[in-house]
Design a binder for this molecule. Structure first.
Ligand code: CP3
Length: 350
């Protein structure tokens, strides 16, 4: 398998875009900037488009998902679109009952906790991903030279939603299962890797130029648990892209003690949260890996001079790395004033 001839990376539309160049280790004259969770509740046009539609129904409506994906690109002039969807969409498409409860997050109809629960998980039917492919095609046709970032949830983060049945701060049941029943754990994480892998692959085949794997909860793990019991499965998710040569970003929260393990799972770029200065992250990665991040989302509500000084510091520290994609250190908080995001893009580009 290879990228189709009409893929934006193959036909030249996005191959020289600032985001793709930076992800390949280059420093374009204008630094690329985009925001995790740039599509969503901070935008009034999003709230209007979504009104009356459940989150996961919106994700499976190709025209609506495409429109929402494009909104922040039109408004902020960011250097990338990020596909409007959710990490649990492929879980749903594999037949597992899940809803997104506003203000809370994904909630399972039935948690997946026992060996027999795990053995009942079915693989995803490739045809179930058709609405995803269709939405990506609509987006990419509109984007021109702006790349689309496709994404998926990393196996640990997905497994924690399945086992806990919903969002959980410490994932106690999940980590207990990991150490109690290693075979069931490995089967569960492989299933998660395969559904996320199929989701990533569908987005790339339909035209995404870059992918990002989100491991929002891996920061709860010890380094050795991550290394031995989780990272091989994250590698398996990336390996689903074999033959499709697109840059791969890994983003995790609180992973400062394990950053050096991430290139080994197949990440080309490492996303850093707001806790760790980029120059320190760069040292931990041996000065060899492009970085993404890490404006503190809290400062989006600070007075502009405070935020601007912070962004300058982020860019200065990022200069130590081989390349830098400017982003937040986590997603845009829903209460963010969107004019602040537009101003950040202008500031970074200036
Ligand atoms: O703009 C983008 O970044 C693309 C879209 C995107 C969504 N979810 C849309 C969404 C992405 C990349 C995600 C990833 C995601 N989803 C993660 C990993 C990133 C992270 O933030 O750590 C996680 C853990 C989830 C699970 C999830 N889905 C949560 C915790 C929530 C928030 C619940 C809430 O109401 O606060 C969701 C819902 C969700 N996913 C929304 C959006 C726009 C909000 C839905 C709404 O409008 O009510």
């Amino acid at each position: 398998a290879a990228l189709p001839a009409d893929h934006p990376l193959t036909d030249g539309r996005t191959a020289r875009s600032p985001l793709v160049r930076a992800a390949q280790g280059d420093r374009p004259a204008i630094p690329p900037v985009w925001f995790m969770r740039q599509a969503g509740r901070s935008l009034p046009e999003y709230r209007e488009s979504r009104a009356g539609t459940e989150m996961l129904d919106a994700c499976l409506d190709p025209a609506l998902a495409a429109e929402i994906t494009l909104q922040p690109v039109r408004r902020h002039r960011v250097d990338a679109a990020v596909f409007f969807s959710d990490i649990v969409v492929p879980v749903l498409l594999a037949g597992v009952g899940v809803k997104i409860v506003p203000g809370r997050g994904p909630v399972l109809d039935e948690p997946v906790r026992t060996a027999s629960d795990v053995l009942n998980l079915r693989p995803i039917d490739p045809a179930a991903l058709d609405p995803i492919r269709e939405a990506v095609r609509i987006v990419v046709a509109e984007l021109g030279s702006t790349p689309l970032v496709g994404f998926g949830g990393a196996p640990y983060t997905l497994a924690s939603y399945l086992v806990e049945g919903g969002p959980s701060k410490e994932q106690l049941r999940t980590r207990a299962l990991m150490r109690t029943d290693p075979r069931t754990w490995a089967t569960l994480l492989n299933w998660c890797a395969d559904v996320t892998g199929a989701f990533l692959r569908a987005q790339v085949e339909a035209g995404a130029s870059v992918v990002q794997l989100f491991d929002s909860w891996a920061g709860s793990l010890s380094r050795s648990d991550y290394q031995r019991r989780v990272s091989p499965h994250s590698r398996r998710a990336f390996d689903a892209l074999r033959g499709l040569d697109v840059p791969r970003i890994h983003f995790g929260l609180g992973m400062g003690e394990m950053l050096d393990l991430l290139p080994g799972i197949g990440a080309d770029v490492v996303g850093i949260d707001w806790r760790l200065p980029l120059d320190v992250a760069n040292e931990r990665l041996g000065g060899r890996v492009p970085l993404q991040g890490n404006i503190d989302p809290a400062l989006l509500q600070a007075p502009w001079p405070v935020l601007a000084a912070h962004i300058e510091d982020v860019i200065d520290r990022g200069a130590a790395a081989p390349a830098h994609i400017v982003n937040l250190g986590h997603g845009v908080p829903p209460e963010t004033d969107p004019t602040v995001l537009t101003r950040i893009v202008e500031f970074v580009h200036a």
